[in-house]
Design a protein around this ligand. Structure first.
Ligand SMILES: [Cu+2]
Length: 457
């Protein structure tokens, strides 16, 4: 296929982030101009030293002035126009996780675009059909690029006010750094062959043991995003009044958080939390481990009310009665030793008997399934391994309808955490033409085989 040309930026050195986007949780709203020209954000990827370990610098890579990067915001149904400038020493791209968009904006190298080389820029422009919490990251040398900090939140605001007056974004990431802030290996074969290579330093918004202030007595929309390469967080908030309002961007009927929610890599959960009385704290934990603290601060407003359910996104409802069934088996193929001597990642995992070779630019020419545009499908996902895999599809959202391990209240998502040896069924309308990546979001599983392409035409 032909690609939108990368553009070389003359005089790159003179450019700065021009107010658009720098500074994490900025909440400005930009007036709409012509959708097809100009941009709302100028997003620069560049090296950035960050202090993750007190007194030490970590040579991160960042989108904008922080890692995780600039939080991008756009309103549902409108255009997001990002001029992405690569000031890294390596080629890269941006993939917009969970956004249903045209293939040429999907950020997969050699499938939807050419890599953006150092000193070049690429204009990403697409409409965002669905409200919710999404994120963005490269789709190239992902262990290192995401590992070094190239991850960021993308928040799509609902068209109308939702009833939430307060909100926070909590981006979770566990960094592969040692006690002096130096990077350790992002992917180790013996770990890639198991649950994936985990970082040792947990952070919220780039801060270990972060304290996040909430207005006492108010209902706060807390968006928790797992932007980590590897870790499934077993989220719990002991003692908190917390309701689940959305999973992976899509609204659900509000329900109590319960004891624990397993948030796999790439997944998001949107909670409403009633902040307790001023001075009280809520621990945000991964299993028994505290990741950070929500702290209530005095506030003179009247106590907040629980907002109604969020409005559904306009995702086509699959026709289950007439859907075609397709099987996808996720398997261990275990050849750890084969490639260790030539530096290439080993081939460890496969989908339907085929392992993706991260260095072979032609893999996408051999999709493992071809779907007919407009038709409904049921995917039977079968995990034949002893490890869980957060299975992510680009370009389309799917509805989770059944599992042999747990009761499913059907919901739409872009990533399903498939438990060890679990069988689950998801359904979709193949309504977006293109070659779409279908992969595990444990990054070193993806890079050692657990990825495939699905064609819709
Ligand atoms: Cu996996």
């Amino acid at each position: 296929m032909s690609f939108t040309r990368r553009q070389f930026l003359s005089g790159v050195a003179g450019l700065a982030v021009v107010g658009l986007g720098a500074g994490g949780a900025s909440r400005y709203w930009l007036g709409r101009r012509h959708a097809s020209s100009g941009h709302d954000y100028q997003l620069i990827a560049a090296p950035l030293d960050v202090e993750l370990v007190a007194g030490h610098q970590t040579p991160a890579w960042a989108f904008g002035s922080s890692a995780p990067g600039t939080e991008l915001r756009v309103r549902q149904g409108e255009w997001l126009r990002v001029r992405f400038i690569n000031k890294l020493p390596v080629p890269t791209t941006i993939h917009w996780h969970g956004i249903r968009l045209p293939l040429e904006m999907d950020g997969v190298p050699y499938v939807s675009q050419l890599p953006v080389l150092p000193g070049e820029y690429f204009d990403y422009r697409f409409r965002v059909p669905d409200a919710g919490s999404y994120w963005y990251h490269p789709h190239l040398n992902s262990s290192e690029q995401l590992g070094r900090g190239l991850v960021g939140a993308l928040i799509v605001e609902e068209r109308e006010p939702t009833g939430f007056l307060h909100e926070r974004t909590l981006s979770l990431k566990s960094w592969h750094v040692d006690e002096v802030g130096a990077f350790s290996d992002f992917s180790v074969p013996r770990e890639a062959a198991r649950g994936g290579t985990a970082g040792r330093l947990s952070t919220i918004n780039g801060v270990p043991q972060a304290i996040i202030d909430l207005p006492a007595g108010q209902i706060v929309r807390v968006r928790i995003l797992n932007l980590d390469n590897t870790v499934t967080y077993r989220l719990n908030l002991p003692g908190a009044q917390a309701q689940v309002y959305a999973l992976d961007g899509n609204p659900v009927k509000p329900r109590p958080l319960g004891e624990e929610y397993w948030l796999g890599p790439g997944m998001r959960i949107c909670l409403a939390i009633k902040a307790p009385a001023a001075g009280q704290e809520i621990a945000l934990r991964n299993g028994p481990i505290r990741l950070g603290t929500l702290r209530s601060v005095a506030n003179s407003d009247a106590p907040g009310e629980w907002p109604p359910a969020l409005p559904a996104n306009p995702i086509a409802e699959p026709d289950l009665a007439n859907a075609e069934k397709l099987n996808f088996n996720f398997e261990w193929s275990g050849a750890v030793s084969v490639n260790l001597d030539n530096g290439a990642p080993p081939s460890l995992w496969q989908i339907n008997g085929k392992a993706w070779d991260i260095n072979d630019k032609t893999c996408a020419d051999r999709p493992i399934a071809r779907l007919q545009k407009g038709k409904s499908y049921i995917f039977e996902l079968k995990n034949m391994t002893q490890y869980q895999h957060p299975i992510h599809l680009h370009g389309m959202s799917f509805k989770v309808i059944a599992s042999d391990r747990k009761t499913i209240v059907p919901y739409f998502t872009d990533t399903y955490l498939l438990g060890k040896n679990e069988r689950a069924r998801v359904a979709l309308v193949a309504d977006n033409p293109g070659i779409w990546m279908f992969h595990c979001h444990v990054i070193d599983h993806m890079e050692t085989g657990l990825m495939a392409a699905i064609e819709v035409s």
